[in-house]
Design a protein. Structure first.
Length: 490
């Protein structure tokens, strides 16, 4: 049977495309999901589901979180507007000015109206992301601007709602069906996909195909090839189905690679985390409160400014830097003053504990003498400036040590002292395909590939070196919606 639109993948970008295609007149829409039903949903299922988007007035958030003021008195007064310029500034700062300006413009410009579309058409429910984005200061909760709202039940809710909405719209979903190759007519137009399903090989014809099947983060051979060593040893935070299949299929027919192919998103995670994401653990292995303490490597040395910026703007880069430390192992160390401020996700593992720094260090697999020296030097240098404020760049810094700590550099002087071992876990890769503003795939002759569209992690050019929290899902939704509309019109 032939379809109007085939969407390859079962994550946020794929469903934004499938639902948009249906909404824009495509009658027969097919979603191919390589994973079995119980592992469906790609990285989207594992995500914290925080979305970064623009708003000029805080009241524009009311439609997503109508009870915010009741639940968190002072919400409207405390949250700063997040206009286009602020999103652009954040994106360009962390990507060292390299984010593709056209794609960045589309992402930013359409972020708010796509949130409204997710709510109305996608049937998403939203809530404030208290556990990861809210910081309690006294009796109030402080919120960062731009990225503080997530779907209810996080990625699990986001993914579940997408499948439900798609089914209600009559979109066909085939599980355990991995696309392997695109078919093309003599004109070069993409005419469908060849996939391996439960009953063997099958060819599905379509007027247009949207590739939305993730990056190559799960594939150790491609990670080594493009990211280098030791990425082939990295733990994978999310789906174990994203092997770069869609990228390969598109490159095989001449699609243009675009963006930062040696770059990826990786975060500090529990060193004992499983090798791949586990459905029920979702993103709970993250260890992102490092800015409140210090990190030492197995040589017993600090090696980075833990307080360089708000963690939403450093976490996606620090995972890779941790991975490159000796044995890809680092210890986060905190004192009693900040334990109540650690993200709730820390409660999913037991830390090392002691009433003295010496007693703590002895339990870690580090050079003990050097580690104690590092912590004593840090304590002599720390505590300059202030006052301490976990909700803002507070300027509490160190003096006279390398690397310095620029913010939140309180002394480690209050027992109990605790330490969490962490490694770097890969989330997704940045390298992708070049697309037009209509999400159509461009070939290496700079012409368009008729009938082929892409979205989500497969889009190249947006992220380089680093990434501002909450942008992956927003990008998937914005470009998925555009890709679905373009595919329906094709
Ligand atoms: C632990 C974790 C937490 C995160 N938290 C956030 C967050 O809070 N905010 C945010 O913005 N981003 C977050 N992200 C990133 C975000 O999840 C991704 O950017 C986003 O989900 C990517 O969507 P996607 O649809 O492109 O890919 P995915 O959601 O990964 O979907 C890819 C789909 O393609 C399928 N597939 C793969 N190969 C084939 C094939 N050959 N044929 C058919 N199907 C195939 C997969 O099974 C999967 O269903 C997080 C990621 C992780 C892992």
């Amino acid at each position: 049977m032939d379809y109007d639109v085939i969407v390859v993948g079962g994550g946020n970008a794929a469903f934004a495309a499938a639902v948009s295609a249906r909404e824009n007149g495509a009658k027969r829409v097919l979603v191919l999901e390589k994973a079995p039903k119980e592992k469906r949903g790609g990285n989207t299922h594992f995500s914290g589901a925080v979305f970064r988007f623009i708003y000029d007035r805080v009241s524009e958030l009311d439609r997503f979180v109508p009870d915010a003021e009741r639940d968190y008195p002072g919400f409207h007064r405390g949250v700063q507007p997040y206009p286009k310029e602020a999103f652009r500034e954040d994106l360009m700062r962390v990507t060292q000015g390299r984010s593709d300006p056209e794609l960045a413009g589309i992402l930013i410009e359409h972020s708010y109206d796509t949130m409204c579309w997710l709510q109305e058409t996608g049937k998403m429910e939203f809530e404030l992301a208290l556990s990861v984005m809210g910081v309690r200061v006294g009796n109030e909760v402080k919120w960062p601007r731009g990225a503080m709202i997530r779907t209810a039940h996080e990625g699990v809710g986001l993914s579940r709602t997408w499948f439900k909405t798609a089914e209600q719209m009559g979109i066909e979903i085939r599980y355990e069906t991995g696309a392997q190759r695109l078919t093309q007519g003599e004109s070069g137009r993409v005419t469908g996909v060849v996939a391996r399903g439960p009953d063997g090989m099958a060819t599905f014809g379509a007027k247009a195909v949207v590739l939305a099947c993730g990056g190559f983060e799960t594939n150790p051979e491609w990670r080594l090839r493009y990211l280098g060593s030791p990425w082939d040893h990295a733990k994978v935070r999310g789906s174990n189905f994203n092997y770069g299949d869609g990228l390969k299929m598109a490159l095989d027919i001449g699609a243009m690679p675009w963006g930062h192919w040696s770059g990826c998103h990786a975060t500090p995670i529990n060193a004992e985390a499983p090798d791949y994401g586990v459905q029920h653990l979702t993103d709970k292995t993250n260890r992102l409160s490092y800015f409140l303490g210090v990190m030492i490597n197995v040589e017993g040395k600090r090696w980075i400014d833990e307080g360089a910026d708000i963690n939403s703007f450093t976490y996606a880069q620090y995972g890779g830097l941790i991975l490159k430390q000796p044995r890809s192992l680092v210890y986060q160390i905190f004192d009693g003053k900040v334990l109540s401020l650690l993200e709730p996700r820390y409660s999913t593992s037991e830390p090392f504990r002691s009433d003295t720094l010496e007693g703590l260090v002895k339990q870690l697999q580090v050079d003990h003498k050097q580690a104690l020296k590092t912590l004593e030097e840090y304590n002599r240098a720390a505590g300059r400036g202030g006052p301490f404020n976990p909700a803002a760049l507070d300027g509490v810094h160190t003096d006279g040590i390398e690397p310095k700590k620029s913010n939140w550099a309180q002394k480690l002087d209050t027992p109990p002292f605790v330490s969490y071992p962490v490694t770097g876990g890969i989330t997704f890769t940045f390298g992708g395909l070049k697309i037009t503003k209509d999400a159509q795939v461009v070939a290496t002759d700079w012409k368009l590939i008729p009938g082929l569209y892409t979205c989500g992690e497969m889009v190249g050019g947006l992220f380089h070196y680093n990434y501002p929290l909450g942008t992956g899902l927003m990008s998937g939704a914005v470009f998925g919606r555009i890709a679905g509309r373009s595919a329906a019109r094709a």
